[in-house]
Design a protein around this ligand. Structure first.
Ligand code: ADP
Ligand code: ZN
Length: 739
């Protein structure tokens, strides 16, 4: 039977249509084709092939095949289909993520430049004549002679010499050619080659296990979790493992959370492989379309064998992949926030499996998902327990802000006396300070300042969210509602109320207390400009700034030898949000931040201000005890059926009409509860913690399931048979990270 193809049409609106495949046309998915669209010719990419859909129209045939080879490798296509299925995302959206637009639509081409080549130097007396009659031509010839017979036209004077070049060309002395130039995103930077370090014994053992990984029953390498304390020299292990893959003739893929936040990691890779510069490609969201086009093709044609990039680089078209490294594997930035909502780390593990490559997930604070996989034997655990620079872990002091609040009569204190005094001392010594503000979500919980009590849902053990509009406390997992208490249920104080302050407020207060200090604020608002972050960090490094105030944006991977004090202003801000991962995130933040202090000769100090000093995530972080933390946290997750023991997904509706958003979700809820597979727990529909954003009302419900397959299949079935009204958007977030 004749097959048809779904084609993603090139052009700004990227429509999808079906076409018949002519019988003799060797089309596979991922090929680019010419097709008729209305009454003109168009181009597109084949998404899928199958039996023709049942319609009343006759499908038009594909006109011709553009590339004989698909743009996408078979493995990537397989990965794409898996993603579409698992994350319940349309294949065309997956394809957009998989293939950069500039590549797919071929709107960009190689950049070229004109080069003047010397073909025949005139004889001496001819040359003298030229010198007299046409001095410009003489200079050109002399320059070419001095520069090995070829120079870019631009360097000879560009347009101002084109007439002279033309006459020389006519006389047969030179030839004008075109040469492809690479648009290099790091053109303005120079990388000095760095030599491999002598590994310490832990590092050497880790490298050995990566090079000879344990395998599963199918002979496929088991994923490796490299748990190495901050400063243990994980990067050096990555570098040597990548070198090894290259030596074997294989390629390597290195994922980092976000390029602009971890410029040092890119620099370290570029420096180590400086001699192979043309083999290193960098992929991230700040590339221009042209740069992306060039990097992609350099990877596709095998020129670049090392790729460093953020989340989407997991789709880099490398072949013969030897190793994938996911640095800071616990980072949330690996999860894509628009459809397809894939998790870069999970896709890395899957891609490595498909390609029989080694995958190394590295972190000082592994995610509980990855850690649990080592406990169950699915992954291999490797540890680096010592700092490579053999420095002691900094001392972490936990300050009880309830006492501070009592001193200040219930007003929320931003700066404790202890932190202020410590800051004074460091500034006097000419040392530097980083102050962190744990990012708060939009969700607000109720916490009592004098005693630290937080109102929680009894069923779900997460903080209840306060909804100002109807003065209600709501659980965002199960939908339980209650009235906010007038007095603290624990200590009876009436001071229980909303609290919170942003980075801006903190900056004001610090500025008032330390008018002489030079400070900079780093958060999403101040770092919008391209390179703003890099510039600020460079200034900090050059000690033109004394204090940096920031969100956890800056918690990762920074090396500042002169930073001797790190303050966490309010550890509770991130701790009491209605998310079962709040404790894990706080533990991660504190541990990562602690690793930032005292990276040089000077001893570091970390001060944590909190209203709940007894909280396990704070106490275990303080003792640098990952295992202790993981054990109690996994127990809690197991008891309440949270990941990694179940899959959590979020189903949401968004609309400018509140009722429509609500009604559509209620309808979906009704459909979902019919024939609900027993593994799935279905939550109640409710307004999202961020009830309204960008003019749209948001409603959501939670789904929990011990079987991922049961979950995505059930949702897929309901969504495909319940088309939403035109003015409602449906969001499905499988393995959602935020609620
Ligand atoms: P991590 O990535 O685990 O936080 P880094 O890779 O940043 O740690 O290493 C911390 C510091 O230790 C870096 O300055 C690095 O150059 C240095 N280092 C790593 N391995 C060694 C080694 N084997 N010998 C000496 N110094 C090392
Ligand atoms: Zn609940």
């Amino acid at each position: 039977m004749q097959q048809s193809a779904r084609v993603l049409i090139d052009g700004p609106s990227e429509l999808v249509f079906d076409y018949m495949i002519p019988t003799d046309m060797p089309i596979v998915t991922g090929c680019r084709v010419r097709i008729p669209l209305r009454n003109r010719d168009s181009t597109g990419t084949v998404l899928d092939i199958g039996p023709p859909p049942q319609t009343n129209f006759t499908l038009r045939p594909i006109s011709s095949l553009i590339d004989p080879e698909p743009l996408i490798t078979p493995t990537l296509m397989k990965l794409g289909k898996w993603i579409a299925n698992y994350y319940v995302a349309p294949l065309e959206q997956v394809m957009r993520a998989l293939l950069p637009e500039s590549v797919r639509q071929d709107t960009h081409s190689e950049k070229t430049r004109k080069v003047v080549e010397l073909t025949a130097m005139p004889a001496t007396d001819d040359l003298e004549k030229i010198a007299k009659r046409a001095p410009k031509q003489h200079i050109i010839l002399k320059l070419l002679e001095a520069n090995a017979g070829a120079m870019p036209l631009k360097d000879l004077g560009g347009g101002s010499v084109s007439a002279a070049v033309k006459s020389l060309e006519k006389k047969g002395h030179v030839k004008l050619t075109e040469e492809a130039v690479r648009r290099d995103p790091d053109e303005d930077q120079e990388f000095l080659e760095s030599k491999p370090l002598q590994l310490n014994s832990e590092q050497a053992e880790a490298l050995k296990q990566i090079l000879e990984p344990a395998t599963n029953e199918n002979g496929i390498p088991k994923p490796i979790l490299l748990h190495g304390v901050t400063g243990s020299g994980k990067t050096e292990v990555y570098l040597q493992a990548v070198q090894h893959a290259l030596d074997q003739g294989k390629s390597a893929l290195v994922l980092i959370p976000e390029i602009s936040l971890t410029p040092q990691t890119v620099q370290r890779f570029k420096s180590r492989f400086a001699a192979l510069q043309d083999q290193v490609a960098v992929l991230h969201s700040h590339l221009s379309q042209g740069e992306r086009f060039d990097e992609w093709h350099r990877i596709r044609n095998g020129q670049a064998r090392i790729v460093i990039g953020a989340r989407s680089a997991i789709f880099a078209p490398l072949t013969n992949l030897g190793i994938i490294i996911v640095d800071e594997e616990h980072e949330n930035t690996y999860k894509q926030e628009t459809s397809p909502r894939y998790h870069g780390r999970d896709i890395a593990v899957l891609r490595a499996h498909f390609e029989k490559a080694v995958v190394v997930l590295g972190s000082a604070t592994p995610s509980l998902e990855s850690f649990q996989n080592t406990q169950s034997g699915k992954y291999q655990l490797i540890r680096l327990t010592q700092r490579a620079d053999s420095q002691a872990m900094p001392i972490m002091r936990v300050l009880d802000m309830r006492i501070e609040a009592q001193k200040q009569k219930g007003r929320i204190a931003i700066l404790s006396d202890r932190l202020r005094v410590s800051m004074e001392k460091k500034l006097e010594n000419g040392e530097q300070i980083i102050l962190f503000l744990n990012r708060r979500g939009f969700a607000r919980s109720l916490q009592c300042p004098p005693c630290g009590h937080v109102c929680e849902c009894q069923h779900c053990a997460i903080p209840l969210t306060y909804h100002r509009t109807d003065d209600r406390l709501v659980c965002h997992m199960c939908g339980y509602q209650s009235l906010p208490p007038k007095k603290c249920p624990s200590c009876g104080d009436e001071a229980i109320r909303l609290q919170g302050f942003g980075t801006q407020k903190v900056e004001e207060v610090i500025q008032k207390v330390f008018p002489q200090a030079r400070m900079a604020r780093i958060d999403a608002d101040t770092m919008r400009r391209k390179n703003a972050l890099r510039d600020t960090l460079n200034k900090f490094k050059a000690h033109k700034i004394d204090i940096i105030i920031g969100t956890q944006m800056i918690a990762k991977g920074l090396h500042f030898p002169n930073v001797t004090l790190v303050g966490i202003l309010n550890a509770d801000l991130g701790l009491h949000v209605p998310d079962f991962r709040a404790g894990e995130r706080t533990f991660q933040l504190l541990t990562q931040v602690a690793g930032r202090a005292g990276r040089g000769e000077l001893e570091g100090e970390v001060i944590v201000q909190t209203f709940t000093p007894h909280s396990p995530s704070i106490q275990f972080a303080r003792h640098h005890d990952f295992d202790g933390y993981a054990e109690q946290e996994l127990q809690f997750r197991n008891q309440f059926g949270y990941p990694p023991f179940a899959h959590c997904a979020l189903l949401g509706t968004r609309s400018t009409h509140e009722r429509r958003a609500e009604f559509t979700l209620e309808n979906l809820h009704k459909r979902l509860s019919k024939d609900l597979p027993p593994q799935i727990e279905l939550g109640e529909p409710m307004p999202s913690p961020l009830t309204r954003a960008h003019g749209q009302f948001r409603y959501q419900l939670m789904l929990k399931s011990t079987s991922a397959r049961a979950l995505h299949q059930h949702v897929q079935r309901v969504l495909s048979t319940t088309p939403p009204p035109d003015d409602v958007t449906i969001i499905f977030d499988m393995d959602a990270l935020g609620f």
